[in-house]
Write a protein that binds this ligand. Sequence first.
Ligand SMILES: O=C(O)CCC(=O)C(=O)O
Length: 330
Amino acid sequence: MANRVALLLSVGASIRALHIPTCWPALQPPPRPPTRCEPPTLGAGKKTSFEEYTISGEGSHIFPLPAERAAVKAAKKFRGKGAPAAKAPPGALETVLPGLDRSYPGLRVHHLDPLVLVADGFLSDDECDAYRALAGGESAHELSQSATFSSLTASGRTSTTWYVTYAAAHPLLARAAALTGHPLDNCEEPQLVRYRPGESFSWHYDAVPPTMLANGGQRLATLLVYLNDVPNGGRTAFRDLRAGSERLGVAPRKGRALLFFPSADADGTPDERTLHAGEPAPPDSGEKWIAQIWLHERPYDPALPPGNSHADATPLVREYAAEHALRLDE
Ligand SMILES: O=C(O)CCC(=O)C(=O)O
């Protein structure tokens, strides 16, 4: 309990530092204690000490879940390595995010409903290295705590996060805009995240809680790019989604992008089927680095690093798109 209060206090402090309104009851514990579910496996059937929690069936005071939980179902056809997105049923992608380019190079469907997409080679090796090198530099602001909203759902992150300027992240933004057809102005501050061996981010939702929708509205899409290979572990795992008989998990491969859609509704209801985690990697696996952005419903006002602005990135994004033959919706 003392640990939880300390965590909540530190999250509250960091959110105040980010100028995010704190009208959610940060110091109240969730209505029910978390209950454990079976631990995940890592590699060839090895158990990890990764703590897993399940959200109570009624959700929490931040995330009231719908009364009827939608069936969690993976289409058989799309299990395993995924199917080319271009072959997905008509409208399956576009109804989730109008403007999504199903013919984006390498885009594959790993889960159809809810939609989980993966694209290898989304960023080049050099682009991954350049993004990673932003840590500690002038274009990046280190956060004392994650800016994710899910602390009260008993999730915990032990990794380190930096907010990065849009300008410095322009290759990622240009590719995100081409893939999603979504305006740059709706994008939250790009993040850079480092997991040291054994660090993790336990089960959480990415959806914005109902009381925090003022800036940009709901997060419509999560786009995450792995900046290095992690030989064993470190997957992004979806607790309730299956790939065949196994839990759906996406392994970190340098340049690989993962795209999914965290909200069921603009009112702040998470799509509870997207509960996910960054699994830990064993000590000999080295670090895991990711870049990530969230696309909102409406234009988003950045807070960090000081002076960060979409406008600074716009010419760079256009130039990059022209050089790489990417189609941008203007
Ligand atoms: O590191 C990962 O694989 C997942 C990260 C994540 O879910 C988050 O930062 O919200």
